[in-house]
Design a binder for this molecule. Structure first.
Ligand SMILES: *[C@@H]1O[C@H](CO)[C@@H](O)[C@H](O)[C@H]1NC(C)=O
Ligand SMILES: *[C@@H]1O[C@H](CO)[C@@H](O)[C@H](O)[C@H]1NC(C)=O
Length: 745
């Protein structure tokens, strides 16, 4: 029998959350033996296997009278009955005298009956041998003082799924030996720390399924032996710092299905022995830096089924030397795991990340997990590009779970291929930023005076930089403080928001290759007026009506011109177009998209000594549907014309005689013509474009300039021209549709 026992013990902790502990063992039990006694009519009397609460095996004389519609105790009950099962009957009172005549009664199952008062069961003299009593699914509503004092040996008390709404402070007095208490799924609204004072031996406490919104500080301090605490389905919104204080032996803790919006990291610090932690199905939006730090005994962590989780931030799991299994699955909005999210997880073997919205997993994550054996990434919209290079490399060491379902969904040419079968050669080396659609909704409502929190994340190689643009056109970078806060990972926070701050906010993620933007409309709920209707006020129309922006020419050179404009509004789909004005031939019009928050632009690669006409087209919506601002004034582009400078004539520095001078000039001219010719023959179109001023060719220059105002000649392409080599294909619909293009308009 010993192997079965070991099984029981090793599985108990893991399965305690689901209540599966006992059933797991049942399969391996020996069969029941006949028991020759006068048995109550319709009941079954047998010798059956039975495990004591501390997992010791017994052959127990068992009377089974389940499901018989009984309204009173069946007779006669054999004297040496050990286990009496009366589950699913219609009992509301019990002839306790009969029970007290059973000296060896150890386990009594009265679940699914009609008891409404606990005294009906436990009154008068004691049942000194009873270790376990099942009272689940009855009609109990109140537990008076010392409810179970006639059961001095009791080790397990099951009271779940009753109507308990009040429990006297000393209800459990006398239960000095109790190890397991289930009072989950009742109607308790508060937890009274005094209940637990009588339970020094308690090891397992199930409290879930009660509508308790807050746990008291030091509420469990008396439970110094507790190993497992289940607080699932309670409506907990947050956890007091000292809520878990005193739980020195606690190994497993479940907050399954609560309303927690943050990881209760301060409270968790008080339970350093924790091995199993379940935070599944909460309203946590971010796993933030330091949320799980220095939990030296943690072995398994579950962060599954969170509707609102969008990001696992940098170093959010840090120094968890015992962690072997991490599950972050079924989070429909989770699209971002920071490349350094996991730090010092030297033992992590199993990383479950399936069924999220992840487009990629950065190779740094793989490199940071030396013991990793298996990874599960299926059912994610994976983009098989630069961010997935590791997949081909580690395939031999790390096992993919369900590799046949781990498919690329982008780029188009790799769609539906199995990630593991794509070679590194097929993946591009660098890639444009993408802001995942799932991380930012298109509309967010906040109440006036409340806090606006917008999360923007982007993955790219090289690592992208993020900034936000407010409705008034203000660009918020990391160094911007005061009223606004931009967290390093890309979360924008505005406290005490006013209705004037409603409008369009745009997040921009940018790297040397290009940019992606995403806008969100913020409505501010006006406290007084709209409360009755309960509707958020959408930003008012007038904000889009008057768009002031005058285009100005700041500087002009031979081959460039710097233009600037000022707008007191966030115009994320603004474009700039320009055309050389030559009477002789038809010249194409070039267009480039202007990144939100940008108010100046260095037009490069212009031809010298040429007239140009440049126009600014203001636009609000990124999808192009509302591009015309709806007001007449704004439809008209703002334009300026100018002429690029002349190329200076070469000037001889010395006074020479006229003849010599003319020879010199001729030579110089010859040299210049020769030089031009050589340049012409040498020019490799793609290469030359980067360095020189050929307006016919694509270019990506100026991107590394970091100035107060963004000046760039980025992403200017003619449609007919091939993309420069090394450029990631644009496949996210949102990857700046025009950040890469150029339509002759
Ligand atoms: C109760 O159990 C003990 C020990 O197993 C046994 O000796 C005794 O006979 C049992 N009592 C009855 C009434 O069967
Ligand atoms: C604009 O671009 C030109 C050509 O690339 C460059 O020479 C000039 O310094 C740039 N001006 C600014 C202000 O960046």
């Amino acid at each position: 029998m010993r192997p079965a026992l070991a099984l029981l013990q090793s599985h108990c902790l893991l399965y305690v959350f689901s209540g599966m502990c006992v059933p797991i063992v049942v399969g391996s039990l020996p069969p029941a033996l006949p028991w020759y006694v006068p048995c109550p009519v319709r009941c079954v009397c047998q010798i059956k296997p039975w495990f004591s609460p501390d997992s010791v095996y017994h052959e127990a004389p068992t009377v089974d009278c389940n499901n018989l519609l009984l309204t009173k105790l069946p007779l006669p009950i054999p004297l040496n009955t050990h286990t009496l099962r009366l589950q699913s009957n219609l009992l509301s009172v019990l002839d306790t005298a009969v029970l007290h005549g059973l000296p060896n009664l150890t386990d009594l199952d009265l679940s699914q009956n009609r008891f409404s008062r606990v005294r009906m069961i436990t009154q008068s003299s004691s049942l000194p041998s009873l270790l376990s009593i099942h009272l689940e699914e009855n009609h109990l509503s109140h537990l008076p003082e010392a409810s179970f004092s006639s059961l001095p040996a009791l080790q397990e008390l099951f009271l779940s799924h009753n109507n308990l709404h009040s429990i006297a402070p000393g209800a459990f007095n006398g239960l000095d030996s109790l190890r397991r208490l289930h009072i989950n799924n009742n109607r308790l609204t508060t937890i009274d720390p005094r209940w637990f004072r009588a339970l020094p031996q308690l090891e397992v406490l199930m409290l879930g399924g009660n509508p308790v919104e807050a746990l008291p500080e030091r509420g469990f301090v008396a439970l110094t032996s507790l190993r497992s605490l289940v607080l699932g389905g309670m409506g907990l919104r947050s956890l007091a710092e000292k809520a878990l204080e005193g739980l020195e032996e606690l190994e497993s803790l479940s907050f399954y299905d609560n309303h927690l919006t943050k990881v209760p990291r301060q409270a968790l610090k008080r339970v350093p022995g924790l091995k199993f932690l379940d935070l599944n199905k909460n309203r946590i939006k971010l796993i933030e830096t330091g949320d799980f730090k220095d939990m030296l005994n943690l072995k398994e962590l579950g962060l599954n089924n969170m509707e609102e989780l969008v990001s696992i931030d940098k170093a959010s799991l840090d120094n968890l030397p015992e962690l072997t299994k991490l599950e972050i699955t079924n989070n429909p909005r989770l699209s971002y795991v920071h490349p350094q999210a996991f730090v010092r997880l030297s033992r992590l073997e199993s990383l479950m990340l399936n069924s999220n919205s992840l487009s990629a997993l950065h190779q740094n994550i793989m490199l940071s997990l030396p013991s990793l054996q298996e990874v599960s990434l299926h059912s994610n919209p994976l983009r098989c590009d630069c961010l997935f290079h590791w997949a081909a490399q580690v395939a031999r060491v790390v096992r993919f779970i369900q590799p046949e379902a781990t498919l690329c969904s982008a780029p188009p040419e790799l769609r539906a291929r199995r990630v593991r079968e794509v070679s590194s050669g097929e993946m591009s080396a660098s890639c444009l930023p993408t802001i995942p659609t799932s991380s930012l909704p298109s509309y967010v409502g906040v109440q006036e005076g409340g806090k606006l929190v917008l999360h923007c994340r982007a993955l790219a190689e090289p690592y992208p930089e993020l900034y936000w643009v407010t409705p008034s056109g203000l660009r918020l970078g990391p160094s911007f403080f005061k009223h606004y806060q931009l967290q390093p990972e890309g979360t924008l926070e505005i406290s005490r928001i006013s209705p004037r701050e409603a409008g369009l906010y745009t997040c921009v993620a940018e790297n040397a290759l290009g940019a992606d933007t995403r806008s969100v409309t913020v409505g501010v709920h006006n406290r007084g007026k709209n409360r009755k209707r309960g509707v958020m006020t959408k930003p008012k129309k007038f904000q889009f009506m008057r768009v002031e922006a005058r285009l100005e020419l700041n500087e002009v050179g031979e081959h460039y011109a710097i233009l600037s404009w000022q707008s007191r509004q966030n115009l994320p789909s603004t474009r700039l177009s320009w055309q050389a004005m030559q009477t002789s031939s038809h010249t194409p019009t070039y267009t480039t998209r202007i990144l939100a928050g940008t108010q100046s632009f260095n037009l490069t690669h212009l031809q010298a000594e040429t007239f140009y006409r440049v126009c600014l087209h203001l636009g609000v919506s990124e999808d192009g549907k509302r591009d015309n601002l709806g007001s007449e004034g704004s439809k008209k582009p703002r334009c300026v014309s100018f002429r690029t400078k002349d190329v200076p004539e070469p000037q001889p520095g010395l006074q020479l005689n006229p003849e010599l001078t003319s020879i010199a000039v001729t030579l110089l001219l010859l040299a210049y013509i020769l030089h031009l010719a050589v340049q012409g023959w040498d020019a490799e179109p793609g290469e030359e474009a980067r360095k020189h001023h050929n307006p016919e060719l694509p270019m990506i220059t100026g991107l590394k300039l970091k100035r107060a105002s963004y000046i760039s000649g980025m992403d200017i392409y003619r449609r007919e021209q091939p993309r420069p080599p090394g450029f990631c294909p644009v496949y996210s619909q949102h990857v700046s549709t025009d950040s890469s293009i150029l339509s002759p308009s």
